[in-house]
Every structure is written in C-alpha cells, then in structure tokens.
Design a protein around this ligand. Structure first.
Ligand SMILES: Nc1ncnc2c1ncn2[C@@H]1O[C@H](COP(=O)(O)OP(=O)(O)O)[C@@H](O)[C@H]1O
Ligand SMILES: [Mg+2]
Length: 294
C-alpha cells in the first residue's frame, strides 16, 4: 500500500465505511463484538532477537473507545503497545510478525512511512517527558518539524492545551519552561503535544504511575473527554483505573513458551470492562483481578 494512503483525507473516507468482518484467524479468546474497529491486531508476535516477548495476539480496538491492557509485569504490554505505532522499529533487535491494521491498512507494509504512522498514532509515556523548551514550543514543535500547514500557530497551541485541560493553568506563562510545571501538568502537556499533530489514536503506557492521586483523577477525567475525538489504548497496572476508564479490557499473562523455557506474553481474555472484572471467563483472569497472583 502506498504511503499516500496514510494521509488524513483518504483515511477519513475509509473510516466512514462499514466495519470489517472479523477474520476467521481470530482466536476464541477475543470477543468479536467491537462494533467499529479502528485498529486490528492479527496474530501479532514481537521478538527481541531470538526471544519471543509476545505471542500471537489478535485483538480489535474500537474507534472512540478506551481499551485497557492489563496483566502482570513483564507480560509484554509495553512491547505490544509499541507495535501499534511502529515504535518498536526504534528498538535494536525488535521484530514484529503478524499484521497490525489501522484504518484498513497494514502499517508494516512497504511504502508506509513510520513517521506518519506515529503522527496518527501518538504515544504518551509513563514518565512525563516534556522537551526542555517553553510550554509554547513544546506544543509547536511537532507541527513545525512535520511541516504541518498551520493558519495560526497561536490558535493551534491554544486548541491543543485546551483539549488537554491545561490551557487555563498555563495561558499566562506560555513562554516559561515546561520543566517548571508539576508532574500532572507535564503529563497533560505531553498529551497536548501529542494532540497538536492531529492524531487519530493516543497510546498511553502507564500514564499516571508517576503521578499523585489528584493528578491521576485529572488525567482519567481528561481521557473521558478525549475519547469523543480519539481512540485511546492505555496500559495500566492499576486495575481500579482500568475499571474506571476503559470501555474494554484485555488481560495478558506470561506463560512458558512451547519448546523453550522462556516466558512469553499471551492474551488470555478480552471483553467489555464490566464483564472482565465482574464475570471473568478464564480462571487466570479471575485469579489476577482478585489479587491471587500477579
Ligand atoms: N528492549 C528490549 N530488549 C529485550 N527484551 C526486552 C526489551 N524490552 C522488553 N523486553 C522483555 O520483553 C518482555 C516484556 O516486557 P514489557 O513489554 O516491558 O512488559 P510489561 O510492559 O508488560 O511489563 C520482558 O521479558 C522484558 O524483559
Ligand atoms: Mg510496561
């Protein structure tokens, strides 16, 4: 597929098309009830050299939904998340097999520009990582380096900060260093920075784990607003957080890989969040959510 098909106009046309039928290859542990799939993982495995960190994950992410990925440390949640926007390309020795389809297009196919993939599928990390620049320049950076056509950079900065629920707190100090903000404000700045390049999807890898409870609530509230405009995938080790924010939850665990002593990440169960937490179908899910292991 050609790189030009990653541009926003052609994709918005495609997004209005009927949702795709599920492939027969989907494993029975996935629940085929995502009404409007934006991202599909088909038998995705991720390797670091010879080590298979994630094995055969098939999963659909619904448009304008929040999907939580949960499971014990080391089960491959971050690894899988990074495969969704080709961030693993930047990790030495990492390799992805299977297919990741975004908006009907395989993001790993030849001719697709990984930088454009990462613009449309942005990422927010565990530790807030603002650039050592002014608040304004943090937001303007992405649009500038990607050569986005912007009528008014001031308006774009205001819009992104408003959407990230930070504008009122920073509008009088836009030229000050982002490093002077609190941790929670820095994380909202990072969300604003992602929003500024007009993505469709925001991936969040434990975005609140470095924040205090009040800052955490602000981010969770913000996520509820953002899902009207974006599709969100969040990795969290906080099950209460998954239960509070997510429409759907996928539970992963690490199990011994066939033919080797290595442990590899597998998807155990995927469903609506209320079902996963209230009526888990798999003993391993139940054991994890009831705190018996993990
Ligand atoms: N860059 C890397 N190189 C080699 N192994 C890695 C790398 N990153 C993660 N791993 C390994 O892959 C597995 C999954 O890690 P990770 O995705 O970070 O899990 P989680 O986010 O669920 O804690 C672990 O065994 C981890 O040690
Ligand atoms: Mg992780």
């Amino acid at each position: 597929m050609a790189q030009t098909t990653m541009n926003p106009s052609s994709s918005s046309q495609r997004r209005t098309a009927a949702p795709m039928e599920l492939h027969a290859t989907h494993s029975p542990s996935t629940v085929p009830d995502v009404p409007d799939t934006l991202i599909r993982l088909d038998d995705v495995s991720v390797f670091y050299g010879d080590f298979r960190a994630v094995t055969d994950v098939s999963l659909d992410f619904g448009k304008n939904e929040i999907t939580a990925l949960i499971g014990p440390s080391g089960c491959g949640k971050s690894t899988l998340l990074r495969s969704i926007n080709r961030m693993n390309d930047l990790v030495d020795g990492a390799r992805v097999s299977g297919a990741v389809t975004f908006d009907g297009e395989d993001i790993y196919s030849r001719g697709v520009d990984p930088i454009e993939v990462r613009r449309r599928i942005g990422m927010v990390f565990q530790k807030p990582n603002p650039f050592p620049k002014s608040i304004y320049d943090n937001i303007a950076y992405g649009p500038r380096v990607t050569g986005m056509k912007v009528a008014s950079m001031d308006d774009l900065v205001e819009e992104a900060l408003t959407k990230a629920a930070l504008w009122d707190e920073v509008k009088d100090k836009l030229k000050q260093s982002a490093n002077g903000l609190s941790g929670g404000q820095q994380q909202r700045l990072c969300i604003a920075r992602t929003i500024a390049v007009r993505p469709d999807v925001i991936l969040m890898d434990e975005p609140c784990s470095a924040l205090d409870p009040i800052a955490t609530v602000r981010i969770e509230d913000l996520m509820q607003d953002l899902k009207n405009d974006y599709t969100i995938v969040i990795v969290t080790h906080n099950m209460q957080q998954a239960a509070r924010v997510a429409d759907r939850t996928a539970f992963f665990t690490a199990q011994a890989a066939e033919g080797s002593g290595d442990r590899t990440g597998v998807l155990v169960e995927y469903g609506k969040t209320a079902q996963i937490f209230g009526d888990p179908r798999d003993d391993r899910t139940e054991g994890y959510i009831s705190g018996r292991f993990g």
